[in-house]
Write a protein that binds this ligand. Structure first.
Ligand SMILES: [Zn+2]
Length: 310
């Protein structure tokens, strides 16, 4: 079986005035890898590609370590630990950060939320919670059970009420009031040299061009998102890019049609964020993947223990 563990932010401290960025410290990351090592074997992207059917059919656990969003801190804090423990991994950046020198809207939102309260953010958006119906407010609470009321409503408005064009248009001017896009881009994302280094180890995949929720877009836009990033990374690194991680990765964005388009664009493996292990009969373009918190050593592992290793 194949168990995929996914990481985003890895940094020594997550302190900010308004906590909005969550992840693992390098120590927590290392501890988790050591725990997983006792439960199975780590597999490299290349070995997985070559032995796909066999790995899925085997009784033993094979772990694939993955990182989304192409963050520089993954190179600074996670890569040295991986090298020291001789554990392979794969990293999924977006090409928009390099090709267009932009900060992805999803990260603009994370950064803005770290400098203002959800209530202030709602006011800035000029989208007050009164714009939601009572039913929508209830739904917001159900979807974001770990958030306070204002945060749940803010997230619900951003993610469910606005499409990505509206989101981009609304967020960009607010972001520019607080941050310098170029500076943040340099600070947040890997450099092209990092991407080349990862590709030379066989550690580079694509997280599409712009980090859009693919399943909600027109097929031609989806195909462009998939192709542009693939060819950008391939030209840059001179390596073929066969792995894809779908942004957000939920069921509504990873449809069968999106998987077909990914295949058409030339990808061989596609990773969702649908929780679960991969055994026989998986569509290689719709593999399941755990958030690192759901696996041994993670913050929510206790609740899932029986589901994963029984
Ligand atoms: Zn992402």
């Amino acid at each position: 079986m194949l168990i995929i563990s996914n990481y985003h932010y890895i940094r020594p401290s997550f302190n900010s005035e308004f906590p909005s960025i969550y992840g693992l410290t390098p120590k927590e990351f290392e501890n988790q890898l050591i725990k997983l090592r006792n439960l199975g074997e780590f597999i490299s992207p290349q070995d997985l590609l070559t032995n796909f059917e066999d790995v899925l059919q085997r009784k033993e656990a094979f772990f694939l370590v993955t990182f989304d969003d192409g963050l520089k801190e993954q190179i600074f804090y996670a890569l040295p630990i991986l090298e020291q423990l001789k554990i392979p991994a794969i990293f999924f950046p977006n090409s928009i950060n390099h090709k267009e020198n932009k900060v992805s809207t999803v990260h603009k939102i994370h950064l803005l939320r770290s400098v203002m309260s959800s209530q202030d953010f709602l006011i800035r958006l000029s989208l007050e919670q009164s714009g939601l119906t009572e039913k929508e407010k209830e739904r917001a609470k159900e979807v974001y059970i770990y958030d306070d009321k204002d945060s749940a409503i803010l997230k619900f408005i951003l993610n469910y009420k606005l499409n990505y064009h509206q989101q981009e248009k609304i967020i960009a001017p607010i972001f520019n009031l607080f941050f310098d896009e170029n500076e943040k881009k340099e600070e947040l994302y890997m450099t092209e040299a990092h991407l080349k280094e990862l590709a030379s180890k066989g550690y580079l995949g694509s997280h599409t061009h712009s980090h859009y929720p693919l399943g909600l877009l027109e097929p031609d836009v989806v195909l462009t998102e998939l192709q542009v990033s693939k060819s950008y990374f391939e030209k840059l690194t001179n390596k073929s890019i066969n792995f894809l991680a779908y942004p957000y990765g939920t069921e509504e964005v990873c449809t069968a049609e999106v998987a077909e388009l990914a295949k058409k664009a030339g990808y061989e493996i596609g990773l969702t964020t649908k929780r679960g292990m991969n055994t026989i009969h998986e569509n290689p373009l719709l593999l399941k993947r755990f958030d690192c918190n759901d696996l041994p050593g993670g913050k929510s592992y206790r609740d899932l223990k029986n589901e994963i290793f029984n």
